[in-house]
Design a protein around this ligand. Structure first.
Ligand SMILES: *[C@@H]1O[C@H](CO)[C@@H](O)[C@H](O)[C@H]1NC(C)=O
Ligand SMILES: CC(=O)N[C@H]1CO[C@H](CO)[C@@H](O)[C@@H]1O
Length: 251
């Protein structure tokens, strides 16, 4: 099977009580629901779990040539009236199209109306897979460098807080930390601030004073301040808890 082109689209936090966020990827290949599901579990996590507010972004991808695309929702084989996510758990769908679900078994989004239809599972459609991440508080008091090393060895990286969804996640998850401030992947080097994974600064994480253009030598690592819900520069040698990014379904 030829390699599919995977396009990173955007990420989303799923519910506020659930401490995770999701990156959705369009796979530029038309497959049946079962084949699509298999493709996702081989290459990432699952077919996408989607909220109503994600539909606009997902549907606007111009690679989707068909009227519909698969997301990870289908009838429960044990209970005809129940719909379940590929990721697991019952799906409470608020965006059924009028008169839906019809008697078919697999859920596809109609891209022009942003509503869900039940379609025959053998229909060949493009589809979204997702990767699911969590922020985890590490209860150690470490310098910024030590924290970076720890996250990279044990998880993926220090936390990158570059969207509203991840900020919400950071606020929820940081309540268990021992320190009010905790390290993130923010660093000032060679004249500018950057996220250690190279992410951009479209999302403003800084405290009201804004980004410090030229921080003093001892103010060049970024903490997340949970009392204010913002990031601030501080001394890299301080010993603080930290936030790592973890893959939810990594084994
Ligand atoms: C997506 O797939 C179509 C064939 O179905 C191909 O023509 C097109 O070049 C692909 N687009 C990208 C960005 O790979
Ligand atoms: C407060 C909170 O939601 N803590 C969670 C942070 O993330 C870790 C790892 O997923 C969870 O185990 C915590 O429950």
């Amino acid at each position: 099977m030829k390699a599919s082109v995977i396009v990173l689209l955007f990420l989303s936090l799923f519910g506020l009580n659930v401490s995770v966020y999701r990156y959705h990827f369009l796979v530029n290949e038309t497959l049946s629901f079962q084949e699509a599901q298999k493709h996702c579990t081989q290459h990432s996590d699952y077919l996408s779990t989607v909220r109503s507010k994600d539909l606009q972004d997902l549907s606007s991808n111009s690679l989707i040539k068909e009227d519909y695309f698969w997301i990870g929702v289908q009838r429960d084989s044990a209970d005809y009236y129940k719909w379940i996510w590929s990721e697991g758990g019952e799906a409470t769908i608020t965006f059924w199209a009028y008169g839906q679900p019809y008697y078919y078994y697999c859920g596809a989004v109609h891209k022009n109306t942003l509503t869900l239809f039940a379609l025959p599972c053998k229909t060949h459609l493009r589809f979204y897979c997702m990767k699911v991440y969590e922020l985890i508080v590490v209860h150690q008091k470490s310098t910024w460098e030590e924290a970076l090393e720890y996250c990279r060895q044990n998880y993926i990286d220090l936390a990158i807080i570059n969207s509203e969804d991840i900020m919400e996640e950071a606020k929820i998850n940081s309540t268990v930390a021992d320190t009010d401030e905790m390290w993130t992947g923010l660093r000032f080097l060679a004249g500018h601030w950057f996220w250690v994974n190279g992410a951009g600064f479209d999302y403003n994480v800084w405290s009201s004073g804004g980004e410090i253009q030229c921080p003093a030598m001892n103010q060049r690592c970024g903490v997340f301040d949970r009392t204010q819900g913002v990031c601030k520069p501080t001394d890299c040698e301080r010993r603080l808890n930290f936030l790592c990014i973890k893959e939810k379904y990594a084994d």
